[in-house]
Design a protein around this ligand. Sequence first.
Ligand code: BT5
Length: 262
Amino acid sequence: MWVEELRKLRKGKLIGREIYYFPEIDSTNRGAHDQGRKGAREGTVVLADFQSQGKGRLGRSWESPAGLNLYASIILRPPIPPKVAPQITLLAGVATANALARASGLDPRLKWPNDILLRGKKVAGILSEMEAKDTKTQFFILGIGVNVNWPREDIPPHLLEIATSLRAEGGREIPRTLIAAEVFEELEQAYTSFLQEGFSPRLREEWNRLSWINGKRVTVALPDKTISGEALGVDTDGALLLLDREGKTQRFIAGDISLRGE
Ligand code: BT5
């Protein structure tokens, strides 16, 4: 079974030191919350073959067909204040993009804050959630969904314009064990450096190097308005910088962006 193989590959490591596997679950993020509340150690992973209610951000859903893709949620216990948490989403994006590049030979890029794209279409998404008390982070759930072996013909029509898979782009199947092992390994390295150095200039440069949006015109949707401008990349805190029509630089710490024409 692929999960047994993954457990062997992650033996003695931090991320994936313990893997709770479900053939079917509502959402691995939800399952990881349960494990986190029960005291699961940092690096514990909840993994499933199928999600009946895979979650995206802001109440959106994540299409999760059985047996084809990767659905993983990782419990982290970083000693950081909740406001630094968005930086973990960015580091997870960099780690996932690097892992997918290595495993597939393709060229994944990042769309702020949580998308990994192949030729402009989403191949993976990250859902970060946090359990915090007062100003202290109790634990952090990093949910990662990667479209691995999803045939293009199976992608639902309403997603065809915006979603893709490694198989649809690369033309070959890749074992999920390999994808998971690469993602966990890259994450482990990036997370360990993050604990030592924070959101370092190196991490920031890597994010900007992998960015799909830098130099492009994007629109940021805020609850009460939208702002368009040229994406300049992320700053030293991981906030998105945008050059607006008046030539002023605007800074966003959260939000949803769309590219012109999307
Ligand atoms: C995300 O949300 O991109 C976060 C996705 C996180 C999924 C993982 S799977 C393991 C873990 N357990 C969970 O329950 N979730 C995490 P967001 O940026 O809100 O994007 C959601 C939008 O992407 C949807 O509204 C669709 O338009 C599109 N979408 C849905 N399913 C998709 C898929 N499989 N591939 C690409 N795009 C998809």
